[in-house]
Design a protein around this ligand. Sequence first.
Ligand SMILES: Cc1cc2nc3c(=O)[nH]c(=O)nc-3n(C[C@H](O)[C@H](O)[C@H](O)COP(=O)(O)O)c2cc1C
Length: 205
Amino acid sequence: MSGVLAIASSPRKKGNSEILLDACLEGVAEAGITFEKIRVCELKISPCLNCGGCEATGVCVINDDMQALHKKFSESEILIVSSPVFFMGLPAQLKAMVDRCQAIWVRKYVLKQRMANIERRRALFIQVGGMKRENVFEGGLMTITAFFATLDYKFSERLLLNRIDSKGAVATHPSALARARQMGLDIARGESVIEERSNRLGKAD
Ligand SMILES: Cc1cc2nc3c(=O)[nH]c(=O)nc-3n(C[C@H](O)[C@H](O)[C@H](O)COP(=O)(O)O)c2cc1C
């Protein structure tokens, strides 16, 4: 099996979503699978220009760190994305990364090119919000669902936690950390399954 690609998207280093991602990666490591963790905020990713440059080729014309990321997406059978909730959605850095996958959308839906090993490609999503309202995850989930589908990743599992706001507050939630770790262990062992709960929009877990 190819290694795991993990994307941390909070601009807050070692923030809540990254702590959960790290717990998840402990589970991946426990299963004996290697991983690469990328902090998307440390990459140079310009927003999509809707210039149409990818429409004939499926290759984005903007030359920045996204080119290397496209290659990693092609090669990685397991993807784990962690994110805070920003204004009921995804942080701008992650949204820019997602939008720049329009070239991959063209490959799949226009050029009819699929990823290799699609039956083995699976993804997890971890999101943390500070508010009490349970529907804070709806926006991010809709975008991430479309993103995973475009990249031919089966949406295997998610962990959504609200009411977690101050930096590092999630560290005092051992059950959430244990669940994240178990998710990593399960997906690395190939044991994750799509749960009905995972398709229920917007409610915290
Ligand atoms: C710009 C910004 C917008 C935010 N918007 C929301 C929001 O709409 N809903 C919510 O529940 N939390 C919101 N939050 C709170 C964060 O989601 C929360 O602090 C979370 O724990 C941050 O995760 P992190 O430590 O991984 O960055 C916002 C925080 C910031 C900085």
